[in-house]
Design a protein around this ligand. Sequence first.
Ligand code: CA2
Length: 149
Amino acid sequence: MTTPLIFVLNGPNLNLLGTREPEVYGTGTLDDLETLCAETAEGLGVAIDVRQSNLEGELISWVHEARARAAGLIINPAGYSHTSVALMDAILALDIPVIEVHLSNIHKRESFRQHSYVSRAADGVICGLGFAGYRLALIALSDILEEDQ
Ligand code: CA2
């Protein structure tokens, strides 16, 4: 049996984690987040590929790549959540489970953050739990993949 691969994609400005707005996004860096995901994945027996891009087209190309290579997708589309029909369309074309994650509770924030196009394409959405949201998304995907076997 092969180890399932989960893509963990992060959108624009998440490379700045830990440098500004700690009251909203915490003090951990993107490297810290990647370490947490790697430790969680190891415990669950899944493989991960964690990436970050500031470019909409690059994120869409990675979603296309996930179609062929990944068993599941976790995505924090960041600002593109609220603007990108193209990213939503790319995710709608997937036939693997998808979980959208936001560090902050977008429903407690400005009205423009309270709608996510990506949520229309995601199987589940986790927000407001900080880095733990990624850990919980990995656990949920691992459960879903086990159930599908
Ligand atoms: O809460 C989330 O995870 C968001 O996806 C983060 C996005 C924001 O546009 C979404 O509405 C909610 C912003 C990511 C920017 O992250 C920064 C972190 C530190 C310093 C500056 C930006």
